[in-house]
Design a protein around this ligand. Structure first.
Ligand code: PGA
Length: 253
């Protein structure tokens, strides 16, 4: 399975910084790796970098998406606007959307469905809060998030659907799940996906790990058998760091 490394810039960067980043990524060889690389800059940067990203062998995506195509929804970005901006991917359910902005499982599911139906490819982000982990509820929470999003989902395939397991307590904190803990959760997520979509689909679903992935911990994480890539926040803002993570992907078949 081809690993996929995402760079989520969140509300950082600028058009100029993104162009410079892509030039640097290209110089560092982003165009000649077999790993899929996707950059999620702020929406406003997407159209500016479409050509430079393609030139560097990097796909682009929106950090969020709205579930309707058009209308009176001030501030929202529809699937077709994302496509128009040159994006081919979107994130749904990032923990900052769930826990800072207040998105529910239902909203995340609508976004996922709308994006996939439009021809975009989506990364469904799931993960537990520290309070949920401390209360021993990690499995219950992540299972609910996965099942709610996936049950009866249409237009979904192994090409257009990726899951990112990101324990919320590990995001931007410098803390990471140990590779064994992450591997265990990824195997469970695969079982839950199999319960809904069958084991064939589950075996071919790419599941990324996210939460303080850095050049110095990436190799260990990315070599776990059930981990098929990473969703990287802070360390994706610097091309050298991000390429070090891309290069930490073990040789693939
Ligand atoms: P981080 O963010 O790498 O800065 O922890 C990960 C994410 O939010 O996807």
């Amino acid at each position: 399975m081809k690993q996929i490394i995402g760079g989520n810039w969140k509300m950082n960067g600028s058009g100029l910084a993104a162009l410079e980043f892509l030039r640097e990524m290209k110089r560092l060889g982003s165009g000649s790796v077999s790993t899929e690389i996707v950059l999620f800059p702020p929406f406003t940067i997407l159209p500016l970098i479409a050509d430079a990203a393609a030139d560097a062998g990097i796909e682009t995506g929106g950090q969020d998406i709205f579930w309707l195509e058009k209308g009176a929804f001030t501030g929202e970005i529809s699937p077709s606007l994302l496509l128009d901006a040159g994006a081919s991917w979107f994130l749904a359910g990032h923990s900052e959307r769930r826990h800072v902005i207040g998105e529910t499982d239902d909203i995340v599911r609508r976004k996922l469905q709308a994006g996939l139906s439009s021809g975009l490819r989506g990364i469904l982000c799931v993960g537990e809060l520290i309070e949920e982990r401390d209360a021993g509820r990690t499995e219950e929470v992540v299972k609910r998030q996965v099942e709610y999003a996936l049950r009866d989902l249409e237009c979904v395939s192994n090409e257009n659907f990726v899951i990112a397991y990101e324990p919320v307590w590990a995001i931007g904190t410098g803390l990471t799940a140990t590779p064994d803990e992450a591997q265990r959760m990824h195997s469970l997520i695969r079982e839950w996906v199999a319960g809904i979509s069958g084991s064939d689909f589950a075996d071919n679903t790419r599941i990324q790990y996210g939460g303080s992935v850095k050049p110095d911990n990436a190799a260990e994480i990315l070599s776990m058998p059930s981990i098929n890539g990473a969703l990287v926040g802070g360390a994706s803002l610097d091309a050298e760091n991000f390429m070090d993570i891309v290069r930490a992907v073990p040789l693939q078949d």
